[in-house]
Design a protein around this ligand. Structure first.
Ligand code: IMP
Length: 203
C-alpha cells in the first residue's frame, strides 16, 4: 500500500512525513507530485472535514490501485472571535496571504483581548480516500492560549503565539517530536495510523 499526501503545503508535508515515519508502518509515502501534482481544489466548504475530503478525493482520482490519498485541513479557532478564523485560517489576512501576514493580523486583532480570555485551539481533520473508494476522516485538536508576542522559530503558521494549556512554551519553541506528541495533527495522525493498520488487514 502507498500513501499519497494531498497537499502542497511544505510545512504540512514535513510534519506528516515525519509522523508517518515515526509510526513505523513501513508504507511508501509520496507527495502529490509523483501523481502529476495536486489537482487544483477550491477550499469552499464551511467545515474542516468538507475541505479535507475535497482535497483527498481530488487526488484519489489519480491514485494507483494500491494507493490512499491523505489530506489535511486545519486551522486556528479563537474563542474571543467565536471560533474564527477557523476554516479561513490560511486566508485570514486575505486571499493568498502569507503565514507571516496572517500571524501579524492575529497578533494585532487580539491586542485588545484581555488576559484570561485569550483561549483558542488548533483543529485538524485528516481525510483518507482509497483507490477502492473507501473514505474516513480523523480528528485532532489542541487547546491553548494566544500570546501577545511571538516566541520560537520552529513550526509554521500561528505556532509562535500558540502556547498549549499546561505548557510553558509555544509550539514554535518545541522540537518537532514534542509538538507532534500533543498537536492537533499528531492526534489526528495517530487515529489515522490505527485505522490504517486495521484497513490493511481487511485487504
Ligand atoms: P489549510 O492549508 O487550508 O488547511 O490552512 C491551514 C492554516 O492553518 C494555515 O494558515 C496554517 O498556518 C494554520 N495551521 C494549521 N496547522 C498549523 C500548525 O500546526 N501550526 C500553526 N499554524 C497552523
Amino acid at each position: 500500500m502507498k500513501l499519497y499526501l494531498a497537499t502542497t503545503n511544505a510545512h504540512k508535508i514535513v510534519e506528516l512525513e515525519s509522523m508517518l515515519e515515526d509510526a513505523g508502518l513501513g508504507y511508501e509515502v509520496h507527495g502529490a507530485d509523483t501523481l502529476g501534482g495536486m489537482p487544483p481544489v477550491v477550499e469552499d466548504q464551511d467545515t474542516f472535514t468538507g475541505n479535507a475530503l475535497k482535497k483527498a478525493r481530488a487526488l484519489a482520482e489519480r491514485l494507483p490501485e494500491d494507493g490512499i490519498a491523505l489530506a489535511d485541513d486545519s486551522g486556528i479557532c479563537i474563542d474571543a472571535f467565536d471560533g474564527a478564523p477557523g476554516v479561513y485560517s490560511a486566508r485570514y489576512a486575505g486571499e493568498g496571504a502569507s503565514d507571516e501576514a496572517n500571524l501579524v493580523k492575529l497578533i494585532s486583532e487580539m491586542e485588545t483581548v484581555p488576559d484570561g480570555q485569550r483561549g483558542g485551539r488548533f483543529v485538524c481533520r485528516l481525510a483518507a480516500v482509497s483507490a477502492t473508494g473507501q473514505e474516513a476522516v480523523f480528528e485532532g485538536e489542541i487547546e491553548g492560549e494566544i500570546l501577545r508576542e511571538r516566541r520560537g522559530q520552529n513550526g509554521f503558521g500561528y505556532d509562535p503565539v500558540f502556547k498549549p494549556i499546561g505548557r510553558n512554551r509555544t509550539t514554535a519553541e518545541m522540537a518537532p517530536e514534542e509538538k507532534a506528541a500533543i498537536s492537533h495533527r499528531g492526534r489526528a495522525m495517530r487515529a489515522f495510523t490505527d485505522w490504517l493498520s486495521s484497513f490493511a488487514q481487511e485487504l
